[in-house]
Ligand binder design. Structure first.
Ligand code: NAD
Ligand code: MG
Length: 390
């Protein structure tokens, strides 16, 4: 509401890059939002500071080892404190009208589904939810009457120019990709890539996992699957186009030859503001786009040879069933191992490929199936890493 009672909001993953950008926007609009719950994995210091600053009703730390520290840090405040996986789900189940799903990885699936199941407005940043359980997730959204708003900049762009009333008149979705920090590198050059090099994204400042995904271009692969589920588009009508400036955030082409795009400076507060203000646009303190200064926009085709993650995603979608769930889980394990300097950069995609070969592909039909496949794939990928190290 423009005036009157504040809108109640919950931020799952409030201490991360998306979470802090979300709270930045909320903080610029005093009185407009009441924070119900904030959650983090283990970053007690930031979580407690946020809970104090926003007078949150509840703060939850997913890792129970940090319960005591959180309790102590919030002593003397009105904020309730809880810890553990069930507390995380309970936080999402509390009656906030709007929920930002910004946990990284499949760890966000169950809490986000809690918010979906009570019909909340879901601003979804956590793309891994849709990669590992896309059909189940989107079915829950429609069955439970939840409102789904994509935060990922590409999907937010498409959402803004997608004519849902004339979906049969949509010809193609064109997902733009920055190409990441190694866009122009050869495979030979990528052999010795360090975590520091991989997380240094040319255009966007993001969490470590998505930054590595951008470097392997697995991020664009995950987004390809994400777009397929959000917009119910067949995969042969979704294209990937490398666009190094990240000014055009994505495009939709129609049967009459019109191509509609959303543009802006690369700042996640624009798509977050779109979802936070929904259905009205709200002010975001982002740099305005100045095309005259930018001068030139470049485009090139993606290269599946140098970036095999793109091929793996295409194959996983074709295989269907459990393949996207396996791909996501193996990628999470491999990226964590790379960040811990246990494997090399090029091993990430290789491990995903080998995990896809080893885990059975029976299609999941329930959340329990998805979680079991996710667990199996993590174990297989971890074994492959262990075996290689031995
Ligand atoms: P981040 O690493 O900065 O933050 C992740 C948040 O999730 C933190 O609050 C962390 O405490 C919490 N978390 C991590 N593991 C958890 C677990 N096991 N259980 C519960 N909570 C856990 O990540 P980010 O960059 O903010 O990205 C969040 C999500 O948004 C990812 O799915 C990412 O792909 C997506 N996304 C991010 C951006 C971006 O610009 N950062 C853009 C598009 C999409
Ligand atoms: Mg994106």
């Amino acid at each position: 509401a423009e005036s009157g009672a504040p809108r109640t909001v919950t931020v799952l993953g409030s201490t991360g890059s998306i979470g802090t950008n979300t709270l930045d926007l909320i903080g610029r609009n005093p009185g407009r939002y009441q924070v119900e719950a904030l959650t983090a994995n283990s970053n007690v210091e930031t979580l407690a500071a946020q809970a104090r600053a926003f007078n949150a009703r509840l703060a939850v730390v997913a890792d129970p080892a940090h319960y005591g520290a959180l309790k102590e840090a919030l002593a003397g405040t009105d904020t309730e404190v809880a810890a553990g996986p069930q507390a995380l789900k309970d936080a999402a189940a509390r009656p906030a009208e709007w929920v930002m799903a910004a946990i990284v990885g499949a760890a966000g699936l169950e809490p986000t589904l809690e918010a979906v199941n009570r019909g909340a407005t879901i601003a979804l940043a956590n793309k891994e939810c849709l990669v590992c359980a896309g059909e189940l997730f989107m079915t829950a959204v429609s069955d439970k009457g939840a409102t789904f708003l994509p935060v990922d900049s590409e999907h937010n762009a498409i959402f803004q120019v997608f004519d849902f009333e004339q979906r049969s008149r949509v010809d193609r979705i064109i997902l733009t990709a920055s190409g990441g920090p190694f866009r122009t590198w050869t495979r030979e050059q990528m052999v010795a890539v360090t975590p520091e090099q991989a997380v240094a994204h040319p255009n966007w400042s993001m969490g470590a996992k998505i930054s590595v995904d951008s470097a392997t271009m697995m991020n664009k692969g995950l987004e390809f699957i994400e777009a397929h589920h959000i917009f119910a588009m067949p995969v042969d009508r979704i294209d990937i186009l490398v666009h190094p400036q990240s000014v055009i955030h994505s495009m939709v082409s129609y049967v009459d030859g019109s191509v509609l795009a959303q543009l802006g400076t690369p700042d996640m507060r624009t798509p977050i503001a779109f979802t936070l203000g929904w259905p009205r646009r709200m002010e975001a303190p982002t740099a305005r786009l100045d095309l005259g200064t930018i001068g030139t926009l470049q485009f090139e085709a993606p290269d599946e040879t140098r970036f095999p993650a793109l091929r793996l995603v295409r194959e996983a979608l074709k295989a269907g069933g459990a393949a996207p769930t396996i791909l996501n889980a193996a990628n999470e394990v491999a990226v964590a191992a790379f960040l811990a300097r246990r494997i090399a950069f090029l091993d990430i995609a290789a491990l995903v490929e080998r995990s896809l070969e080893r885990v059975p592909h029976a299609a999941p039909t329930s959340l329990e199936d998805v979680l079991a496949i996710d667990r199996d794939a993590r174990a297989v990928c971890a074994d492959l890493i262990q075996a290689a190290a031995a």
